[in-house]
Design a protein around this ligand. Structure first.
Ligand code: NDP
Ligand code: MG
Length: 386
């Protein structure tokens, strides 16, 4: 059970819900971080009185320092300061709720200090999952997933001491806002269309990833790393209602699932209280009122990003870091209205084809692959425009 936490990315969708959970559970919030949401960071700092606030944007840090001058909270700026928040003495749990690869270094720093990682930042596991899991095993740091599918699986495997008993994991996928469309129809969808998710309210990057199904592809890799399983044993099914959060099939044919209303506070709370569970007043799922539960095969032709992630997962090595970084850049361009929906796939696939794969990569190989993938996307985007 966590008592004192640091939240990396406290102003985001997961970060804000983590603060709600922290308040309900009476946890001490020792550090929070944001990029440049100064007003919200100030509000959170005044309410939760953390020892530290980190703003990765230096100008935002200067602004916040002035705003919080009358408090005991210390404000620091810059990306490297994320690791300070992640390693703060007295903190037992670090919630990684920043978006993107920027979460990797502070996560590794927290692991080295033996802290529990409540892991929302899936990009970390996608680009460097083997390094992260090996380091966690060496340092005795627990990784407790916050992503709803992986939390469901984590809950289902409690008590399973032999991972060989797991035959396969079945990740459920809502299908996103463009479910049922052909590739050509989805290709015409705009930024606004993509940002309308049917079941979950999330940050813009992951919402776009849900529309392309890249999110599910990233989650397949996340599950492979967390549970050390090959691609063949991690499957995806479309489940439009987002009520069954994922399933585990064991070797005796038993299927275990975790069900609930789509509410990220449940997996966040479990990551804090694990291995215990806390009492809450929220309405649980009412089986007699919930819609019929349906399951279908994903359409990888209409949504090729899922297939692309599976290809990267099969290649292994730095291919997943390339996939992740290229996708981050392409989604950024899409959110800036500079490319179309289909270009996200084209640019990411282009980087994956162009760049060599390094097997058994060390951290610097991964960081180099990440940088090369971003450059490849920008280069191909420029040449597309000319
Ligand atoms: P948001 O976009 O809502 O929040 C992102 C957070 O990270 C904000 O606090 C933001 O600060 C900060 N941030 C943004 N850019 C940077 C940067 N360059 N350096 C440091 N900090 C930065 O994202 P979500 O909360 O939706 O997602 C966070 C992570 O959790 C992602 O990895 C996502 O895949 C994962 N996740 C999210 C789910 C959800 O329901 N939202 C579900 C499952 C997983 P600022 O506000 O100042 O910009
Ligand atoms: Mg998820």
């Amino acid at each position: 059970m966590s008592k004192t936490i640091s939240i990396l990315g406290s102003t985001g969708s997961i970060g804000r819900q983590t603060l709600e959970v922290a308040e309900q559970l009476g946890l001490t919030v020792a550090a929070i971080t944001a990029h440049n949401s100064v007003e919200l960071a100030e509000e959170q700092a005044r309410k939760f009185k953390p020892r530290q606030v980190i703003m990765t944007d230096e100008a935002a840090a200067r602004d916040l320092k002035v705003r919080l001058a009358d408090t005991k909270t210390r404000v620091h700026g810059g990306v490297s300061a994320l690791s300070t928040a992640a390693t703060l003495p007295g903190v037992d749990t670090v919630v990684t709720a920043v978006v993107g690869m920027v979460g990797l270094k502070p996560t590794l720093a927290a692991i080295r200090e033996g802290k529990r990682i409540a892991l929302a930042n899936k990009e970390t596991l996608v680009c460097a999952g083997e390094l992260v899991m090996d380091s966690a095993a060496r340092c005795g740091a627990e990784i407790v997933p916050v992503d709803s599918e992986h939390s469901a699986i984590f809950q289902c495997v409690q008590g399973c001491t032999d991972r060989g008993e797991i035959r396969r994991l079945i990740l459920t996928c809502s299908g996103g806002p463009f479910y049922g469309m052909t590739r050509a129809e989805a290709g015409k969808m705009t930024r606004e269309d993509a940002l309308r998710h049917p079941n979950w309210k999330m940050g813009p990057k992951i919402t776009v990833d849900c529309a392309t199904l890249m999110n599910k592809g990233l989650e397949v890799i996340e599950a492979m790393r967390l549970y050390r399983l090959p691609l063949t044993r991690v499957n995806v099914v479309i489940h439009r209602q987002s009520i069954v959060h994922s399933l585990v099939e064991f070797r005796d044919g038993a299927l275990l699932a975790q069900l609930g209303t789509p509410d990220m506070r449940l997996p966040i709370r479990y990551a804090m209280t694990y291995p215990q569970r806390a009492e809450t007043e929220e309405e649980p799922l009412d089986l007699l009122r919930c819609p019929p539960l349906t399951f279908a095969e994903p359409d990888r032709r209409a949504f090729p990003c899922l297939r692309l992630a599976e290809v990267a997962a099969a290649k292994g090595g730095t291919a997943c870091a390339v996939l992740n970084a290229a996708n981050e850049e392409a989604v950024r361009l899409f959110l800036e209205d500079r490319i179309g929906f289909q270009d996200i796939f084209d640019l990411t696939a282009g980087a994956l084809t162009e760049l060599p794969v390094i097997h058994k990569p060390c951290l610097s190989d991964i960081l180099e692959a990440d940088a090369a993938a971003r450059q490849a996307v920008l280069r191909n985007f420029q040449s597309q425009k000319e």
